[in-house]
Design a binder for this molecule. Structure first.
Ligand code: SAM
Length: 325
């Protein structure tokens, strides 16, 4: 079991398959964002090797993310590889859903059981504005395909003040009345050059709870408030699904953090919001044996920082899309 020095069981690895994205959400990256050349990214073989090594150390859950992970041509194959890796019990995918209509079936067949789809509004025009050119109908087709394929669905919405902080939240939450999905609202976090805007337009869990209670009446706290992953769950009376809040800014959950992140170029990130990193790519590309890389992974687990430093204004240098959100 990989325990860190605070006795947290670190068993969840989020793997970014590419820093590239087919959308340009305004709160996430600039329109003229440049992406890394292909040879700087870990190869499929390097990823397969690392998945095996992390599993051997005791990691039990893998999530593929990005950038946009569906842009990686080997995605289905990598999901299949993870599903066949002894020790890996859970595989997840975080995607904007644009390419999911064609991929949901093959991903399910490869061993994926659940998908998190990022969707900040159900208004097509606003969706285009937020993503700079995205088409909502394609995401909805992806969502539909995911549900049809039997994938467990979670929707993730980042809420920005003045953009999608009221009607959009109420409309997204309405899905839970009929569908057994989690619709989760994420507090916007500050990254790199965009930190000022992201901090100023962050909408807190408490504010959103007020909006949702006005629309739907009292919300029932699920699981006595115990977190499901990183989300605190509520249910509208009689609803099939749950509303979740992921609130790293107003209600940090660092004590429950169980994850490391691997960037697309092979950097192991020990905390989303701190710059403590270990670069695995030089080891992979200089012929290091499995024992050496495993020792490095164990040391990284042990060195995981306790928590983020947003209150002390510690802001990560990389953006969310570079780290793997
Ligand atoms: N492209 C995929 C997607 O859209 O889900 C995966 C990568 S994306 C960076 C992962 C998630 O991070 C998305 O839900 C996105 O909305 C969220 N995100 C991006 N910037 C964020 C920020 N500053 N604070 C909180 N979440 C953010």
């Amino acid at each position: 079991m990989p325990f860190d020095r605070y006795n947290r069981d670190i068993n969840y690895l989020r793997i970014s398959l590419t820093d590239a994205c087919n959308l340009r959400c305004v709160y996430c990256m600039p329109e003229n964002m440049t992406f890394r050349p292909r040879d700087e990214l870990l190869s499929d073989d390097e990823l397969r090797r690392l998945i095996g090594l992390f599993a051997a150390v005791g990691f039990r859950k893998i999530r593929f993310t990005g950038g946009e992970p569906t842009l990686r041509s080997a995605l289905v194959d990598l999901v299949g590889h993870a599903a066949r890796t002894p020790g890996i019990e859970t595989i997840g995918l975080t995607t904007n859903g644009v390419l999911l209509a064609d991929l949901a079936g093959p991903l399910r067949a490869a061993g994926l059981r659940s998908v998190n789809i990022s969707l900040d509004t159900l208004d097509p025009e606003k969706f285009r504005r937020i993503t700079r050119w995205g088409r909502l109908d394609r995401v909805l087709a992806g969502l539909d395909a995911a549900a049809q394929a039997g994938l467990r669905v979670k929707l993730n919405a980042v809420v920005s003040r003045g953009t999608n902080d009221r009607d959009d939240v109420v409309a997204l939450a309405r899905y839970t009345l009929k569908e057994p999905w989690q619709v989760r609202f994420i507090e916007q976090m500050p990254f790199g050059n965009n930190a000022k805007f992201q901090t100023q337009s962050m909408v807190s869990e408490d504010e959103l709870l007020t909006v949702l209670k006005e629309a739907y009446g009292p919300l029932e706290l699920v699981n006595h408030g115990r977190l499901d992953g990183e989300a605190r769950l509520y249910r509208i009376a009689g609803a099939a699904g749950c509303i979740g809040f992921i609130s790293p800014v107003s209600k940090p959950f660092c004590a429950d953090c169980n994850r490391l992140r691997l960037t697309a170029e092979g950097i192991l990130r020990l905390c989303l919001l701190r710059d403590n990193e270990v670069d695995l790519r030089p080891l992979l590309r200089s012929g290091a044996d499995d024992e050496t890389i495993t020792a490095c992974i164990r040391a990284a687990v042990s060195d995981k920082p306790w928590g983020h430093g947003l209150e002390e204004h510690v802001i990560p240098t990389r953006g969310m899309s570079e780290i793997g959100g």
